[in-house]
Design a protein around this ligand. Structure first.
Ligand code: NAD
Ligand code: DAU
Length: 334
């Protein structure tokens, strides 16, 4: 089968490509990425030369380009990881989130319909469900929790999800959607809490913790997210949504302290700053549907996963420094 993987130079997409290009020699993977500020060719450089893989630079919002790509390549499966993904950016500048995350999805689905793609998979997020109170640990997001978004980012992702379900019902596009909680692991752009904390701690810089640091996220290793996406794409039922979660809820302040401890750095680096506008309090995912129906199982517990992840960043300081200096933008020679 021929796969189109959009956003493959980003954090989750690049981890996905490393996983599947090793696992499936008989499938072929085309990575499409616009290499925005969050796309880093260093994440996928080592895939060059693999027989079952190629990279194409391009934008999912460029309709003519996407049409030609689909016409030339005849994809069987499309997995849409491409997105503007950072909540803080969406608060400062919503428009690009609407264009990439909604219009980009529409353009990919139009091409999928026209060129008879057998499966369109949308990589979505638990943020579409809004947030949960801190004092109700019994409450979790299920697939039937109503969409109730907070930020322009989550609203753009929820809008895309609604559009995906509309293309299923109206045009019969064979779709699936996965909604995952907060990922951690290698190759995450250091604008997000965990790699940002590591990068700042390495340079003995202040670490900004929003508000009181009590907000809770449900952390999942990116590998476990990706084995879930792979399973849903290959075995999931058309027209269905599947939640994927880490079952590892932690307040932000605990995450930051844990990283500082492993790095032997002082907690004095922690700086409480103004809270994020509209800051979601708590996310927590019920993954029992994908576990029961498709047999998905997490392979990482949080303690092992976070330790390995911190070690990865400490062993790959050049990867971080390339981002800090901006050199990573020249990593794709085209
Ligand atoms: P990321 O920001 O690291 O990567 C996004 C990638 O998409 C980048 O390589 C970027 O260059 C590319 N891209 C952006 N606009 C594009 C466009 N117009 N055309 C082509 N490529 C474009 O994001 P991520 O953290 O890897 O997230 C991937 C997907 O997973 C997103 O859809 C996100 O909403 C979703 N998600 C992320 C998390 C998380 O914790 N990071 C959790 C659940 C779901
Ligand atoms: O839940 C899934 C979502 O997780 C994905 O859909 C998003 O693409 C991804 O970015 C992530 O969103 P968050 O907003 O939860 O991630 P972020 O790393 O930006 O922030 C995690 C928590 O840490 C959040 O409560 C805000 C807080 N934070 C973040 C940053 C960057 C801080 O306290 N300080 C910071 O500097």
């Amino acid at each position: 089968m021929k796969f189109l993987i959009t956003g493959g130079a980003g954090f989750i997409g690049s981890n996905y490509l490393h996983y599947v290009t090793d696992k499936y020699n008989d499938d072929y993977f085309v990575c499409l990425d616009a290499l925005t500020y969050a796309g880093n060719y260093n994440n996928i450089k080592d895939l060059e030369g693999k027989d079952n893989y190629k990279f194409v630079k391009g934008d999912i919002t460029d309709r003519a380009f996407i049409d030609k790509l689909f016409c030339d390549e005849k994809f069987d499966v499309v997995i849409n990881f491409a997105a503007e993904s950072h909540v803080d950016n969406s608060i400062k500048n919503p428009e690009i989130f609407l264009v990439t995350n909604i219009i980009g999805t529409e353009i990919l689905m139009d091409a999928s319909l026209k060129y008879n793609v057998k499966r369109y998979h949308q990589v979505s997020t638990d943020e579409v469900y809004g947030d949960l109170p801190l004092d109700r640990p019994d409450l979790l997001f299920t697939e039937s929790t109503p969409l109730h978004t907070s930020s322009p980012y989550s609203t753009s992702k929820a809008s895309a999800d609604l559009l995906v379900m509309a293309y299923y019902r109206t045009y019969g596009l064979p779709v699936t959607i996965s909604r995952c909680s907060n990922n951690y692991g290698p190759y995450q752009f250091p604008e997000k809490l965990i790699p940002l904390t590591i990068m700042k701690a390495l340079n003995n810089e202040n670490i900004p913790v929003y508000g009181t640091g009590e907000n809770v996220r449900d952390w999942i290793h990116v590998y476990d997210h990706n084995i879930g996406v792979d399973l849903i794409v290959r075995k999931g039922k058309i027209g269905e949504v599947y939640n994927l979660g880490g079952h590892s809820e932690r307040p932000n302040i605990e995450i930051v302290k844990l990283i500082l401890k492993q790095m032997n750095k002082s907690e004095d680096l922690i700086t409480f700053v103004e809270d994020r506008k509209g800051h979601d309090l708590r996310y927590a995912i019920d993954s029992s549907k994908v576990e029961k129906e498709l047999g998905w199982k997490r392979t990482y517990d949080f303690e092992r996963g976070i330790k390995e992840t911190i070690d990865w960043y400490l062993n790959n300081k050049e990867w971080i420094n390339d981002i800090k200096s901006g050199r990573y933008k020249e990593s794709y020679k085209g």
